[in-house]
Design a protein around this ligand. Structure first.
Ligand SMILES: [Zn+2]
Length: 261
């Protein structure tokens, strides 16, 4: 890693902190059908307006030891975690892609994944407005920026969405429960537009693996506290992120074992 790449990555991380803070607000307010701009940031408990000093990403939370300065109500750790994860994701994206046009797609991709994850963790909803905006933006960008042939992304859009739709149907039919929501289906179609066919399929594999691993840990920790299931969105997001950057080498590594000539 040369100095310039490091500089880009650090700058991206700083932007990530600020954007992460904004994504938290969008992810939470959009589900509640509130305006993103008004009212200004406030404590959800006492409604006291938050000052600049209360809004420094990550640091304010640590400084205030996770409580509101005015009423001492606990602040959800989702805020600093969301900011921190966005910073890391922005840095990794910039470092991996470097200064090229695909970076626009990459940062947009990460942004949509973050907002959807926050909303899904908080309310178990992947907001249509966010996913559809992402689809339109990426579709327009893909006409212009497409490392793979354009048709590959369009096919992946239908393959990703279609596959999740089939899984959702199967889970209702065989397990008699709704494991997968409409939001997950749309999110996968969106991932198709960004990642292309191969990496979209790999995302499904990675997300299922992550979800299963988390599920196993959960069962061990507490004996199914509530039968609400876990939101799948954050696992799809994590799987998609991993796949977008490292899916290709992992697939090639795996194929090297079964490919003998
Ligand atoms: Zn308060």
């Amino acid at each position: 890693m040369d100095t310039l790449s490091l500089l880009y990555a650090i700058t991206a991380a700083l932007f990530g902190l600020v954007f992460g803070s904004f994504f938290n607000v969008v992810g939470i307010r959009i589900v509640k059908k509130e305006s993103i701009a008004y009212p200004p940031s406030h404590c959800v408990q006492c409604s006291h307006e938050l000052k600049a000093l209360d809004l420094i990403p990550v640091l304010s939370y640590i400084g205030l030891r996770g409580a509101c300065r005015y009423c001492r109500a606990k602040i959800s750790p989702i805020y600093p975690i969301g900011e921190f994860v966005t910073a890391i994701a922005f840095a990794v994206t910039t470092w991996q892609i470097g200064p090229s046009l695909e970076l626009i797609v990459g940062l947009l991709f990460v942004s949509i994944l973050m907002i959807c994850s926050v909303a899904d963790i908080r309310y178990r909803i992947i907001p249509d407005t966010v996913v559809f905006s992402g689809m339109i933006a990426v579709l327009l960008l893909r006409i212009w920026i497409h490392p793979l042939p354009f048709w590959n992304y369009i096919t992946a859009f239908f393959v990703g969405g279609g596959l999740l739709y089939l899984i959702a149907l199967a889970s209702i039919f065989f397990l008699k429960k709704e494991g997968m929501g409409g939001g997950d289906i749309k999110l996968f179609a969106f991932i198709g537009l960004v990642a292309g066919i191969k990496l979209t399929l790999f995302t499904l594999f990675a997300a299922s693996l992550l979800g299963t691993m988390y599920g196993l840990v959960q069962i061990r920790v507490k004996s199914s506290r509530e039968d609400q299931g876990i939101p799948f969105g954050p696992f799809i997001a994590a799987g998609a992120f991993f796949s977008y950057f490292w899916g290709e080498p992992v697939i090639n590594w795996y194929l090297s074992f079964i490919h003998f000539n």
